[in-house]
Design a protein around this ligand. Sequence first.
Ligand SMILES: [Zn+2]
Ligand SMILES: [Zn+2]
Length: 353
Amino acid sequence: MNAPSVAPLFCVRCGQAPPVQGAVCAPCYLATHTPARVPAIVRLEVCAHCGARHRRGSWGGPLASLRPAIEDEVRQAVEVAPDVGSWAFRLEGGEHDPTNFEYDVVVTGKAGHVPFETRTPIVVHIQRSTCTRCGRRAGGYYESILQLRAQGRTLAPEEVERCGVVIDRVLAQLHASGDLDSFLVKGETVKGGFDFYLGTVHAGRSIGRALQHEAGAVLRETASLVGRSKDGIDLYRVTISVKLPHARVGGFVGVGDVLHQVLAMGPRDAKLLDLGSHRRVTVPRATLDDEPALDPGAARDAVVVSESAGELQLLDPDTLRTVDVVKPAGFAAGGPGVRVVRWSDRLWLLPTG
Ligand SMILES: [Zn+2]
Ligand SMILES: [Zn+2]
């Protein structure tokens, strides 16, 4: 017959305190047992250019600060014994030099029933390299070209500038949604227009769609095979032709024998101001493709000589002779000068104010 097992009253190791874990007291348990191990050094790899973090074989987004990433690396590096349930740690110390941070890692928790606190020095070494994105960017890598052109005329510098604003906005939206590869590589003036080189095809398409929507541009996409990836996938480079309408927003277009100012261009319609009546009209934009157009610079100042209920007498800015111009309904010069556009042998009044 076996004798019934009896729990010892005192620690079998020191014989003094009551046992709390197996047959030993808490200090003896911790003296023979390591609840948490911390390596002397851990490495954190970040991109020296954008601050992205390299982790598990891939590059993440740029870090706002190093501290959370340092804590994460340390957390991954702490090894706790199997009998440790919940545990936590804190770092005491800080930057030693820009590439080395020195801390005490203080781990607290419970090993079995025994609370513990360990303190271990650690060096967090910041390894600075170049991420895939920054490497590609520096190497001029691009996947799409957006070719900005105007239909039947040369592109105005303001149009390139406006396109640049749209590009900045669309890229900022893509970045905010986590697409960090959609960057502008470069932009250059070419014969007939301006070319923008972009990091991804998605960026080129998104910008193209924005210009189609906001500026009435006509899009055409072509792809050319440029090589093959390591895994045997064909690599294409996509060219997105973005053609702005020949009638510019802010400029003028003749429809029939009436001059109109172009107020807005959309993918299907154009909003115009009839300069004979000063009424707004919407027309399918395709109907304007073959109409004569003037650019916004065609508007001139003219001096008002006299004004009656139905007419204005103006000093023609070209001949300096007085001419009579019929006023659109409700028009009032309200001052000594008005803006006019010469087209089809007459002056057309622009709205005041
Ligand atoms: Zn003991
Ligand atoms: Zn980078």
